[in-house]
Write a protein of this length. Structure first.
Length: 229
């Protein structure tokens, strides 16, 4: 029986040095199973995004343990972190699109980072993903000519196009209307069912909570509630 997609044990995290040193994460112990949609909730400053970045190889684990897809992140070398990131998808509230590239080219960049297919296959895959997020009529648009919600949907398509093992999402529906936000989360749920993709999402969006397999609530860096649907 394979181990969970993500395991944290005794995870602490600190910011700053000396007298300015402040603890942001306190003794977090979690097991997140493959194929599930887990939502991290809590007030601003509760440690949600910090925890997400520790689990997602975007911040070094210095105290305690994080095992991601069977790899220990505490003490991991940068080369191993880069290797792991290629198995992940990231969706952030700031869409981080390249302004000089079209929607199709932005999605293709996600495929190129993962080394998936030749140019023709990448174009077809990009068009397919953009169609799934409702942007078939915006394939050749630059970000400057897209609305905030459309930019976010391009970012979602980019993250999902490479079929990642784990998706880390920080407020992915914040710029989306109710229908678009629901559609994005439905896609993530479907990827969990059909492909075994694991999703960990930070959100304040109460409209999508019913879709979660699990809701973990943090306050002041501590897990205070852990509910399974």
């Amino acid at each position: 029986m394979r181990e969970p997609a993500i395991i944290t044990e005794g995870l602490d995290h600190f910011f700053g040095e000396g007298e300015a040193r402040k603890q942001a994460i306190f003794d977090v112990n979690l097991k997140i199973e493959h194929g599930k949609l887990t939502i991290l909730m809590g007030p601003s400053g509760s440690g949600k995004t910090t925890l997400l970045t520790l689990m997602g190889c975007l911040r070094h684990v210095e105290h305690g343990s994080v095992r991601l897809l069977g790899h220990e992140l505490h003490g991991a070398q940068e080369a191993e972190m880069v290797h792991l990131r290629r198995k992940l998808g990231f969706i952030f509230q700031a869409h981080n699109l390249h302004e000089s590239l079209t929607a199709t080219q932005n999605v293709m960049m996600g495929l190129q980072v993962h080394g998936r297919g030749n140019a023709d296959k990448q174009i077809r895959a990009a068009h397919h993903m953009l169609g799934l997020v409702g942007l078939s009529d915006r394939l050749d648009y630059l970000p400057a000519n897209l609305s905030g919600g459309q930019k976010q949907r391009v970012a979602v398509a980019r993250a999902l196009a490479s079929n990642p093992d784990v998706i880390f999402a920080d407020e992915p529906t914040a710029a989306l209307d109710k229908v678009s936000g629901r559609n994005v989360v439905d896609m993530l749920k479907a990827m969990g069912r059909e492909r075994g993709t694991t999703t960990v999402m930070v959100t304040h969006d109460n409209r999508i909570l019913e879709l979660a397999d699990r809701i973990i609530t943090l306050e002041e860096g501590r897990v205070v509630r852990d509910e399974t649907a």
